[in-house]
Design a protein around this ligand. Structure first.
Ligand code: NDP
Length: 467
């Protein structure tokens, strides 16, 4: 299980015939080639009876359909780096064929991308280990990292049987998104906010991740997951760690991840009574969904962080499908001044807020009170706002960035096992004893009961688009 210090010299994509490969991975590999960041052979692996030609046709279709700008020369060269190796994942000869193909293309340090169902991880990891392809190589593992603490530990056991932790890249594409990374830069490249980034000045933090659409034909998949597993245990706890972590001692991947794990360790295990689960009316009629389903398509909850920095500051989260708008944002609300000298047109002026928009726009907005024009000393909110994409341009797609990182051996934007385990620990009581789901209408903001989660802080903050 020795380590490598150099860039990967081939990409082996298991599950190349699948949905994720088509929608994201093949276009991302093309984009890397276009930026001059690939330049290595790509080997597709799956059970389907495909030829190299069929793989290339499929890759060309995926890239065309993704809508990215295409350079014919790059496309031609990229497609000609691709070959296909067919086989069942439990078949030991498959791994010998992969080993032979890697030797043919002169690769000694390939990156394996497991874009396959978790049920076959065991066979693939074992197969790679048996032919020595766990030496001087790297492996990207797709989420989900288990469906609870016990299965996460089991997945880890399987991985660690053949790969060391530093060779494992647990991918959560949310971490590769530009606005999520920008949050880290916002906090640690500017010292302006650090002195007030604590319980003495921050009143509450609210995180919202809503989608206008429902499960859309993926009912069978969603029945096994639900909102808590799908987005809270991973993406939204990640967002909280970035917002709440202490400054890392260096930019090293482990220094950064150590600080994230510290936050997770300080988050109290979630009591089911601080959670509201919802289900949109009509979910039970979706294809693949149990007519009696108790799976939540909405969740609202409060996390408490027991640390010197955050004790007493509520971190509220709500996430749902079939909601009024598609939004991902984090709102940091500051404390009101100790004594109000000015009124607002309609009562007391609301406190200052810092909003990080992640979707649909990539923006940071600081909402402050200003003097309303006129003879009276009353206030009106104003926004100091910046759209990063408008100001600085667009960054790479999340998968493109993350494959590039893994090829370089940079694990900064990947989940570490101890963080995965802590995140499961936090949500375990709710998974084991879930409160009943409350119905809500499609196109609404979720079940009425969710208001009780935010009652202690005066209710959920309106969404940015509501301004
Ligand atoms: P698919 O269901 O499309 O499967 C990928 C490939 O794996 C298939 O093309 C198939 O290839 C092979 N496969 C499927 N089922 C089995 C099976 N029972 N036994 C052996 N091989 C099988 O998955 P996705 O592409 O959607 O996802 C791949 C991974 O990425 C999963 O771990 C998923 O959780 C994760 N993921 C997917 C996302 C998405 O948007 N699709 C988003 C985030 C994560 P063949 O039959 O040719 O061997």
């Amino acid at each position: 299980m020795s380590q490598i210090g150099m860039r990967s010299d081939a990409v082996v994509l298991f599950g190349v015939t699948g949905d994720l490969a088509y929608k994201k991975l093949l276009p991302s590999l093309y984009s890397l080639a276009e930026r001059g960041r690939l330049g290595v052979p790509v080997i597709g692996v799956a059970r389907s009876d495909w030829s190299d030609g069929q793989l290339r046709e499929r890759a060309a279709a995926a890239i065309n359909e993704s809508g990215i700008a295409i350079d014919d020369r790059v496309m031609h060269d990229f497609l000609h780096t691709m070959t296909y190796v067919r086989g069942g994942y439990g078949e030991s000869a498959l791994y010998e064929r992969i080993d032979t193909r890697l030797k043919e293309v002169g690769s000694k340090h390939p990156l394996f991308y497991l874009s396959i169902p978790p049920s076959v991880f065991d066979e693939v990891i074992g197969g790679l280990g048996r032919v020595g392809l766990n030496e001087q190589t790297r492996v990207i593992v797709e989420k989900p990292f288990g469906r609870d603490l016990a299965t996460a530990l089991e997945l880890n056991r399987i991985l660690h049987e053949h790969f060391s932790e530093s060779a494992i890249y647990r991918i959560d594409h949310f971490l590769g998104k530009e606005p999520v990374q920008n949050l880290l830069v916002f906090r640690f490249a500017n010292s302006l906010f650090e002195p007030i980034w604590n319980r003495h000045h921050i009143h509450s933090v609210q995180i919202t991740m809503t989608e206008k659409f429902g499960v859309e034909g993926r009912g069978g998949f969603y029945e096994e997951v639900g909102a808590l597993r799908d987005v809270v245990q991973n993406h939204l706890l990640e967002l909280i760690t970035i917002l709440a972590m202490d400054p890392p001692v260096s930019a090293d991947a482990n220094a950064l991840r150590d600080k994230k794990v510290e936050v997770l360790k300080a988050i109290r295990t979630l009591p089911p009574e601080r959670v509201v689960r919802g289900q949109y009316v009509g979910y039970r009629d979706e294809e693949g969904v149990d007519p009696q389903s108790d799976i939540e398509t909405y969740v609202a909850l409060e996390f408490e962080i027991d640390s010197w920095r955050w004790s007493g500051v509520p971190f509220l989260v709500r996430a749902g499908k079939a909601m009024k708008e598609t939004i991902t944002e984090a709102v940091v609300e500051f404390k009101a001044p100790p004594r109000l000298l000015f009124g607002a047109a309609d009562g007391a002026p609301p406190p200052s807020q810092l909003r990080f928009h992640i979707k649909p726009d990539d923006k940071t907005v600081l909402t402050l009170q200003a003097k309303a024009p006129g003879s009276e000393m009353v206030t009106r909110p104003v926004d100091l706002a910046v759209s990063y994409e408008d100001s600085l341009g667009e960054g790479p797609e999340a998968y493109e960035q993350l494959i590039d990182d893994a090829m370089d051996g940079d694990a900064q934007r990947f989940a570490r096992q101890d963080a995965v385990e802590e995140a499961w620990r936090i949500v375990t009581p709710v998974l084991e004893d879930p409160p009943p789901v409350k119905p809500y209408w499609k196109g609404s903001w979720g079940p009425e009961e969710a208001a009780r989660i935010a009652a202690g802080i005066g209710g959920w903050t309106p969404f940015h688009s509501a301004h």
